[in-house]
Design a protein around this ligand. Structure first.
Ligand SMILES: [Mg+2]
Length: 208
């Protein structure tokens, strides 16, 4: 089973709805340890993606992901635009025209590598990487099991991302604006890890 371009577009529309629903939560998480712009930035970016898709849905899954990437890069400021833009751009290149289970895993792996190349964050820095690393590992493991389809792989990734995001609560930030707070950043959920978990959760539900 593979996913069509319109399937990817539907998943992005569903993600935009989830981002809108969690806009205030993301604002409040970022206000606690950052500058409070994450919810607004993500909502602006995903609203722009939906507008772009309403104009025209590109022909391949990779091209749809690339449209999402270029939209996020051009519309979203702060750290989130370039990081998520890079994630979607790398995923688009890895995925190409056929989005099957292996391509989903390759896309997730490429997204993680792009985020790390761009942001220089490693595991434990209290960033979106703390959600993405376990998500990619879980996706790769799930893909190796008998009969795993896209929904199974994305569900495993989403569950691992949610746990990874939760794990950022106890961490002291070593990257981004939250790192200026030092020890005081502990005790708060990282907004980027939370938005990563929300996106993967919505992609998993869309795939199911
Ligand atoms: Mg911010």
């Amino acid at each position: 089973m593979s996913c069509t371009a319109s399937g990817v577009a539907d998943a992005l529309r569903a993600a935009a709805a989830v981002v809108a629903e969690h806009r205030v939560e993301l604002i409040e998480l970022d206000r606690a340890i950052g500058d409070g712009d994450h919810g607004e930035n993500m909502n602006r970016g995903f609203t722009a993606i939906v507008s772009a898709l309403d104009t025209a849905v590109p022909e391949t899954p990779g091209a749809v992901l690339k449209l999402a990437a270029t939209t996020l890069i051009s519309k979203v400021g702060g750290a989130a635009g370039p990081l998520y833009g890079t994630a979607f751009l790398r995923a688009s290149t890895a995925v190409g025209s056929e989005l099957d289970t292996a391509a989903v895993v390759a896309g997730l792996r490429a997204a993680l590598e792009g985020v790390q190349a761009r942001g220089k964050a490693v595991e434990g820095d209290k960033t979106m990487v703390d959600a993405l690393i376990p998500a990619v590992a879980a996706a790769e493991q799930a893909a190796g099991t008998e009969g795993a389809d896209i929904a199974a792989v994305l569900s495993a990734a989403a569950d691992a991302a949610a746990k990874g995001a939760e794990s950022t609560v106890d961490l002291v930030a070593r990257k981004g604006r939250a790192s200026y707070l030092g020890e005081r950043s502990a005790g708060h959920l990282d907004p980027g890890a939370r938005s990563t978990a929300l996106l993967l959760g919505s992609f998993a539900r869309a795939a199911r």
